[in-house]
Design a protein around this ligand. Structure first.
Ligand code: C5P
Length: 240
């Protein structure tokens, strides 16, 4: 497979065409951003860590029957994926109160939720990715009520599998963000990445953070946190 023209460059990844129809080449970048790009740094090794962690997680989900755009890891920082048209909604699943939920509802960070909740955010940098209701989504015309049911169900299913996975690693899955896309045939597939950039991951015993809050809140080394997650996931096996 040959890498083709650059299709899109985002904050954390570059996406290229390939010589295969409907298949793309993703390159992770060493850049870390937060607060809608206001805080920005180059952090050596971040691309490799997110690529390896996403590879292990998408492989695990695929083995558990969750279909995604992921085809295979190509190198330390690159992946081969199926082309999808991204639905401009961020699907956030929460097991524990943290981050914007804590701020919005005045609930203490770390409070366990009785059942997981799902939220939708409209992907729009100019608007700062606002939280949207199902009625907002209807007037934005980005997904049908049936699509939203599918996104909710898939979000809950991914949550169930990831809780099981992280439980064995002594990690508390606090919350995470998913993105989905449509194939030309109209299937909805899990897309983008699942990494410590997109999840909150706390050590079960010490509450130590291993995720992007290390960078957002300046509370430690992002690379050390992500390296810990990769090593608990058994990362040596995917660096071959
Ligand atoms: O900031 P907030 O508490 O809403 O984030 C919820 C979860 O979604 C966190 O795990 C965060 O890392 C993730 N997220 C993300 N990309 C965004 C917003 C949130 O990965 N643009």
């Amino acid at each position: 497979m040959k890498k083709g023209d650059l299709l899109y460059e985002g904050k954390a990844k570059k996406i290229y065409k390939t010589d295969k129809p409907a298949e793309l080449w993703i390159e992770y970048k060493d850049s870390a951003t937060a607060f809608n790009g206001e805080k920005k740094e180059t952090l050596a090794g971040k691309a490799r860590l997110n690529n390896e962690i996403t590879t292990l997680i998408f492989d695990y989900l695929q083995k558990n029957g969750v279909k995604s755009h992921f085809i295979k890891r190509l190198s330390e920082t690159e992946q081969h994926v199926k082309e999808v048209e991204i639905i401009p909604l961020e699907v956030v699943v929460r097991n524990v109160v943290a981050g914007s939920l804590s701020k919005r509802l005045g609930m203490e960070e770390g409070t366990q939720l009785q059942t997981p909740i799902v939220e939708f955010y409209y992907k729009d940098d100019d608007l700062g990715d606002p939280l949207v209701t199902e009625d907002h989504i209807a007037i934005l015309d980005v997904a049908t009520p049936e699509d939203l049911l599918v996104l909710r169900e898939k979000g809950q299913e991914v949550n169930k599998h990831l809780i099981t996975l992280f439980d064995t690693l002594n990690v508390r899955l606090v919350d995470f963000k998913l993105e989905f896309g449509r194939t030309k045939e109209g299937d909805i597939l899990l897309a983008d990445e699942i990494s410590p950039d997109t999840c909150r991951l706390w050590d079960k015993e010490t509450n130590q953070r291993f995720d992007k809050d290390l960078f957002r809140r300046n509370i430690g080394s992002l690379q050390e946190g992500y390296e810990e997650i990769l090593s608990r996931l058994g990362g040596a096996s995917c660096t071959k």
